[in-house]
Design a protein. Structure first.
Ligand code: PMP
Length: 438
């Protein structure tokens, strides 16, 4: 018996997991280094998904490990209500630089879900603070994933995350998703068809009146529902319409942030500026839980200029946790010192060609790529949606590569430290899996 194995699998209620299936056939990771995990049996597993999209710098970067150890032995916890600590302020300044000074302020959370709910609450409180309390409607999009808070599942567009609960936030509408295999199959970068879908916002405005709408939230590239890349000009059009109607535009960059598209954020890639931006994951290279909401200066100003007593009454015990701040500061240094964005840009064409080389293999019906992300869509097995991709996930893991599947789509997002040999290994193994899949 391997001593690293847990004594029992029974009590941990696992998230987003088919618990019965997992416990019959567990996959247990015990260590990580660079772009590989090691499983409990000592097998190497190539990390094709940067954990859960959250390890852009690769695993166990010495600088981040050291920063975390140092902070935890110096300041294990400090409140940020009515007081603070230097790392929280230093990080905020560094984040302004990393986001190219597009924003004026940053609010810390502990996860992407909390960042989303925080951004939605800021939007509502902002309109109220400046005397437009009628703006309470929130607009999300079909097939969007915005985490699992009540705000996030309400603006989110995944039936499976909503249906079991019944109660949602009131006053939420959804734009249509932009995915269209018939028109846009096998796309590289932004697909051609679908820009007009942004105009659906006009329909929602006509229905309710702009004076009732607080914010629109979208993922620039929808990740969790299978890498849905925005059509050319779509995000620019959304920006124009939000500006025209006084609606705040929020980009949920929990996945697209920290180099995923080879730029710091998707806002840089698409050159479209939201009023607020949520992030998490890569913010600490996945080492310590942390999320953040970036806001334009004018949003923060509205609170500063409001009558006394109006503040943002919101925050978490762990907002700006010192250890998370230390991890994030070190992550930003690693990005700079190791020129990770340059490396990502350099490897991107090789990555893209490798992904598209799977075209023509059994079951593949679409491939889409942007930055260091890929979605490979498989034909569903008759009567068993998701079963084929799930089988691919299990086979790939047994073969030593970690891929992620959502429905019948394989979603890939390697650490930015991936080299050509890792890309060859990943697609060599995925190719074999596809050849043997029922
Ligand atoms: N928003 C987006 C776009 C995400 O992809 C995710 C997580 N995959 C979240 C929010 C939620 O983040 P967390 O799991 O850290 O709460």
């Amino acid at each position: 018996m391997n001593e690293a194995r847990p004594q029992s699998l029974s009590s941990f209620w696992m998230p987003f997991t088919n618990n019965r299936d997992f416990k019959a056939n567990p996959r247990l990771l015990v260590s990580a280094e660079g772009v590989y995990y090691k499983d409990v049996d000592g097998n190497s597993v190539l990390d094709g998904t940067a954990g859960l999209w959250c390890v852009p710098c690769g695993h166990r970067q010495p600088k981040i490990v050291a920063a975390v150890s140092e902070m935890v032995s110096q300041l294990d916890f400090a409140p940020t209500f009515q007081m603070g600590h230097p790392a929280a302020f230093d990080l905020a300044e560094k984040l302004m630089e990393f986001t190219n000074h597009r924003f004026g302020h940053v609010f810390y959370t502990n996860s992407g879900s909390e960042a989303v709910d925080t951004a939605l609450k800021i939007a509502l409180a902002y309109h109220k603070a400046r005397g437009e309390a009628s703006r309470t409607r929130l607009i999300g999009r079909e097939r969007a994933y915005h985490g699992v808070g009540f705000g996030g599942i309400s603006v989110g567009g995944i039936a499976g995350n909503r249906k079991p609960y019944g109660v949602m936030l009131p006053g939420v509408d959804h734009l249509p998703h932009t995915h269209n295999i018939e028109k846009n199959a096998y796309s590289r970068g932004e697909p051609e068809y679908g820009t007009h879908l942004a105009d659906e916002l006009e329909r929602i405005v006509a229905l309710h009146d702009a004076s009732t709408i607080a914010a629109v939230i979208v993922e620039p590239v929808a990740g969790s529902t299978g890498v849905l890349v925005p059509p050319k000009g779509y995000l620019k059009r959304l920006r124009e319409l939000c500006t025209k109607h006084g609606i705040l535009l929020i980009f949920d960059e929990v996945i697209t942030g920290f180099g995923r598209l080879t730029t710091p954020f998707a806002t840089d890639y698409f050159d479209v500026e939201p009023d607020m931006m949520t992030t998490a994951k890569g913010l600490t290279n996945g080492t310590i839980p942390m999320g953040a909401v970036f806001s334009k200066k004018f949003i923060h100003d509205a609170f500063m200029e409001a009558p006394p007593g109006i503040e943002l009454f919101h925050g978490y015990t762990y907002t700006g946790h010192p250890v998370a701040c230390a991890a994030s500061l070190a992550t930003l240094e690693v990005f700079q010192e190791q020129k990770l964005l340059d490396r990502a840009k350099e490897i991107q064409p090789y990555w893209e060609d490798a992904v598209h080389s799977l075209k023509g293999l059994p079951h593949v019906i679409d491939i889409r790529t942007i930055g260091l992300v890929a979605g490979i869509e498989l034909a569903p097995r008759a009567g068993a949606p998701g079963a084929r991709a799930f089988a691919a996930f299990k086979k790939a893991f047994a073969d030593g590569v970690l891929i992620r599947v959502t429905g019948d789509i394989i979603a890939l997002s390697p650490p930015l430290t991936f080299e050509r040999k890792h890309i060859d290994e990943l697609f060599g193994k995925i190719g074999k899996v596809l050849m043997t899949l029922e």
